[in-house]
Design a binder for this molecule. Structure first.
Ligand code: VGL
Ligand code: ZN
Length: 229
């Protein structure tokens, strides 16, 4: 595996928010809170840039089952089309309980996270019409919808980042999509195994690992990052 010593490495902490964690999160990922000590250790390492993202939804967001009559969270899916070109691109998307709504407790980063170390917090999922797992770009690009997230790419480019280390929640949704986009957009990309948890448990882990192999995303340990930075 390559050495990170001569690289410019960024840490990206994805969606470590109350709604994704026990005990009260509406979309709590099992053991979601347990990743914080490892993330705080990572935050004390000399990354060139330390960034967080937040899922930041308006109350009527398209990914909420409550926004569609007769649909159930977790088990229902919908087709999301680009409202700027309804006969063009589309994707299938899972529906969720209401979560991370702007201004609510569930939207907040966990208080035990060393948030003062973040250079910037990037918001995503702000447009009610798009379900946005990746923090790098919108799934609807033709024409582009919700381009606010391209801020992340700008921050990484401004700091001449070569490598992105990604952690956070959920391993099989926002972490996975962000890691895939990061690799596709040309950054060497690493995900720290102990510092993420999955919505769909073992199934989620297996499917995610397969994609990481295909896309060249490295799944590494905290110790590996510590030794190579
Ligand atoms: C996420 C489901 C819905 C995530 C966000 O952060 O992984 N998952 N919205
Ligand atoms: Zn969401």
């Amino acid at each position: 595996m390559s050495n990170l010593e001569e690289a410019n490495v960024a840490l990206l902490v994805v969606d470590v928010q109350e709604d994704f964690c026990p005990p009260n999160g509406s979309l709590a990922v099992k053991e979601g809170r347990d990743i914080v000590p490892t993330i705080n250790q990572l935050l004390s390492l000399p990354f060139k840039l330390k960034l967080a993202t937040k899922d930041h939804h308006p109350p009527n967001h398209i990914s909420f089952a409550s926004s569609h009559s007769g649909k159930q969270p977790f088990t229902s899916f919908i087709t999301i089309r680009n409202p700027l070109d309804p006969s063009g691109e589309y994707y299938e998307s899972r529906l969720w309980p209401d979560h991370c709504i702007v201004g609510t407790k569930g939207n907040e980063l966990l208080p035990e996270l060393d948030s003062d170390k973040f250079d910037e917090v990037v918001l995503k999922g702000c447009d009610a019409r798009v379900e946005m797992y990746s923090a790098f770009r919108s799934p609807l690009r033709n024409p582009p919808l919700d381009t606010a997230v391209s801020k992340l790419q700008e921050l990484l480019k401004n700091s001449e980042i070569t490598d992105v280390v990604i952690v956070g929640l959920a391993g099989d949704y926002c972490v996975k999509s962000s890691a895939i986009d990061s690799a596709e957009l040309g950054w060497r990309t690493w995900v720290v195994g102990e510092a993420t948890r999955y919505v769909d448990g073992e199934t989620g882990i297996e499917e995610t690992k397969k994609v990481y192999e295909e896309k060249g995303v490295g799944l590494v340990s905290f110790q590996w990052v510590k030794e190579h930075l």
